[in-house]
Design a protein around this ligand. Structure first.
Ligand code: SAM
Length: 275
């Protein structure tokens, strides 16, 4: 590929943050012991003309992203093992190659959904996934796109690195709309608690992008009380996941120290519900 073939990106706000998560996955793929080993992330980064230092992501910091991606890959695979005929709504997908990593079976309809400027980049940078793979160019908070999603199979609605960019009202409306429209399935997403939202100025990826983090979720009750029909399947700190066992000892020491303080342990949290 010559320099002229590279895709230039000029994004600000929440869409820009997906460059940081993408770059973390690409750096991980070059580590001697990768956590995710996402070769598509490497290829995608190689196709983009961007000063990646702007993301502030380094190989040492990459496990914050790759353990999360590995964890949600596992939850997605578990859902698809139970429901080989299913619909997946990958909300705020960015340039994530999850569809390629998970390689769902022929009876899965998979929708990658993000803002139009991100969806357009996906089309240029990532291989399409064949008949069962769709890219939806829309804000997830726009009620219109959901009407076009055929119902009939169980639905997995998954948002990695998304909820914190939504307002609480928009986020809850989205979850309620999905539950009402889709009938049966699962919600899987990560969230920040109030401390995570209040301390967003310490998050260099967010600060540099100009995005604002808004929705604090402090535990499952915030969802169960506001989204009728949901039942809790799992709620955990990233430090308590199997994927986290793969991080370097120094990183684990820090996590162990943070885990002693509940507000820090659950500053980021993973949620899973059935409906
Ligand atoms: C931190 S990135 C995560 C991207 C991807 N899930 C990943 O793990 O690489 C946040 C993503 O959420 C998307 N996003 C935020 N608000 C959105 C909205 N209202 N509608 C669609 N996408 C949104 C951004 O465009 C961006 O791609």
């Amino acid at each position: 590929m010559t320099a002229d073939d590279h895709v230039r990106v000029d994004l600000t706000g929440a869409p820009q943050t997906m460059l940081a998560t993408l770059y973390a996955r690409a750096l991980d793929a070059d580590l001697p012991h990768p956590i995710l080993n996402d070769r598509w992330a490497k290829d995608t980064v190689a196709g983009i003309d961007f000063d990646w230092t702007q993301t502030t992501i380094t190989a040492r910091r990459s496990p914050a992203v790759t353990t999360r991606s590995a964890h949600f890959d596992t939850w997605v695979r578990q859902f698809l093992a139970l429901h080989p005929k299913a619909t997946v709504l990958h909300l705020g997908c960015g340039l994530d190659s999850r569809y390629l990593r998970v390689a769902p079976g022929p009876d899965v309809q998979w929708y990658d959904i993000d803002y139009p400027e991100v969806a357009e980049l996906r089309g240029r940078l990532l291989p399409g996934g064949g008949e069962g793979h769709h890219v939806v160019a829309a804000s997830v908070t726009d009620p219109a796109w959901l009407h076009d999603i055929p119902i009939g199979a169980p639905v997995l609605a998954l948002g990695e690195g998304l909820t914190m960019y939504l307002s609480e009202a928009d986020g809850l409306d989205l979850l309620n709309r999905i539950v009402e429209h889709c009938g049966t399935g699962e919600l899987q997403f990560d969230a920040f608690n109030s401390l995570g939202i209040r301390s967003q100025w310490t998050n260099s990826v967010v600060r540099r992008s100009g995005a604002t983090l808004r929705w604090a979720i402090n535990g499952p009750d915030d969802i169960l009380s506001a989204v009728p029909g949901t039942r809790l399947l799992a709620w955990m700190s990233p430090f308590d996941t199997v994927a986290f066992d793969l991080v370097r000892p120094a990183y684990r020491l820090l996590a162990n120290a943070m885990s002693r303080v509940p507000a820090l342990r659950y500053m980021a949290q993973y949620h899973r519900y059935s409906f």
